[in-house]
Design a protein around this ligand. Structure first.
Ligand code: XLS
Ligand code: NI
Ligand code: NI
Length: 439
């Protein structure tokens, strides 16, 4: 049991319904409520991220951290790391989230050399294991931090220094082991500094080959270990580097195909990364879906007027609807979930803000889920889209789709027909208004 109360003012957050005026209650997230025959808890699979919620001091390039975290003495001691882990579980338990996610270095401090660092990690993993068993909260995915320490200045698997590749391999091996030990449902590879800041000093082809080899080694090790969790790649176009190799869903899928890894990875799509790449999140989700590779979602949002990964808590209901339409279309998450890779604003520095932020994100997605289910039940959106392609369901369209047409036969067909007039409005405004009826 925790030996202290890190969040003494935080009650257990419960569902009170849409009319509640209590800011520390859910108005829409009702874990047991069924939507399309499945409990909301299992649709949404919410996850708290350790890095932003328990390690982010809320600094920015112009100012130091502002976060007030009374349970954290700011030191790199193991004792502090253990206390922080207990505080994290107290928070997650009160919030009622079923999952969490971490980087190895979020949970335990670096030691002098890899062996001591690994021992530190094991010591805190023991606490996490105990807390998981006490609360029933599970690990959505683990990952390795291959971007903070100066050794990774030129990247990890794509470093110009082979020793750094070796260090990263050893670190990822250990991170997969502890994820396995904690029963993690997945393991994520996010490119961190796997990219370049200048092509003048970069052999991109060689670096990409190294990344391919690295991920192949990870797949081999996973098999050897017997880890059954899902591997994910998380696309991001830039930041911290000018160009990240895993820049968007299409680039990741192409990379995985090139290196024969597509069967072993799914994508973890992050909303703010999609927008940084100049895409909507629904574009990224559909790209992943089309390749049967949508695995999990880092649920956050950006700010269109700020050009970086602001990692804000998702409070845009319209966007949540777009996301949940795709999740429902996929038949729901299997190993993945909605992972709040989001941080409170620097101005929101009190512990209670962490609760307000997560409640906002959870209620936003609960509404997104309910609205998406209502749109699907109504059926008009889907029917319109299906109808729009009706010419492909018979005649010349089905002959083309079935491979029973070639340029000669299509020329004959059109010479006979003469011409074709535009005969179907796209009805964008009608559809936008249709969606609005459900909001
Ligand atoms: C950073 C990424 C990172 C990954 C995990 O932008 O979103 O937080 O999710 O390494
Ligand atoms: Ni991010
Ligand atoms: Ni992320």
């Amino acid at each position: 049991m925790p030996d202290q109360d890190a969040f003494p003012d935080l009650p257990k957050i419960v569902y009170e319904g849409p009319d509640s005026k209590n800011p520390l209650a859910f108005r829409h997230y009702n874990p047991e409520e069924e939507v399309e025959g499945r409990a909301m808890r299992d649709h949404l699979r919410f996850s708290v991220v350790y890095w932003h919620t328990f390690r982010n001091p809320l600094g920015d390039p112009f100012g130091v951290g502002t976060a007030v975290r009374p349970w954290d003495d700011g030191s790199d001691s193991l004792e502090n790391a253990r206390r922080r882990a207990r505080a994290a579980f107290e928070f997650m338990e009160k919030l009622g989230v079923p999952f969490y996610a971490f980087h190895d270095r979020d949970i335990a401090p670096e030691g002098a050399g890899l062996a001591e660092t690994n021992r530190n990690l094991d010591a805190v993993v023991d606490v996490l294991k105990e807390e998981q068993e006490r609360t029933g909260i599970q690990l959505l995915w683990g990952t390795a931090c291959l971007f903070v320490h100066p050794r990774f200045v030129h990247g990890a698997a794509t470093s110009c220094n082979a020793d750094v590749f070796a260090y990263a391999a050893a670190q990822v091996k250990k991170a997969i082991e502890v994820t396995h030990h904690l029963g993690g449902a997945g393991y994520t590879f996010w490119g961190g500094r796997e990219g370049y800041t200048s092509l003048l000093n970069t052999n991109a082809k060689r670096e990409l080959d190294h990344l391919g080899r690295f991920l192949q080694m990870a797949v081999d090790f996973k098999r050897k270990l017997g880890f059954e969790g899902q591997f994910y790649i998380e696309p991001k176009p830039k930041e911290p580097t000018k160009h990240q190799y895993d820049s968007d869903a299409a680039a990741c899928l192409n990379f995985l195909r090139e290196f024969g890894l597509l069967d072993h990875f799914k994508l973890n799509i992050e909303t703010n990364h999609a927008t940084l790449a100049g895409h909507t999140v629904e574009h990224e989700l559909e790209t992943a879906l089309a390749a049967d590779a949508l695995g999990s979602i880092d649920a956050n949002m950006g700010d269109l007027l700020l050009g970086w990964d602001t990692d804000q808590f998702p409070t845009d209901i319209y966007q949540a609807v777009q996301v949940m339409l795709r999740v429902l279309q996929m038949g729901g998450f299997t190993t993945g979930g909605l992972n709040f890779d989001a941080k409170v604003r620097r101005e929101s520095f009190e512990p209670i803000d962490l609760a307000y932020a997560h409640i906002a994100g959870m209620d936003t997605f609960a509404r997104g889920l309910k609205i998406a289910a209502a749109i699907r039940k109504d059926g008009r959106l889907e029917a319109f889209r299906r109808e729009r392609y009706a010419s492909w369901d018979s005649g010349i369209g089905s002959r083309i789709e079935n491979g029973d047409a070639d340029f000669d036969s299509l020329e004959r067909y059109m010479l006979e027909k003469g011409d074709v007039a535009p005969n179907r409005s796209g009805r964008q405004e009608y559809l936008e208004n249709l969606i609005n009826r459900f909001l």
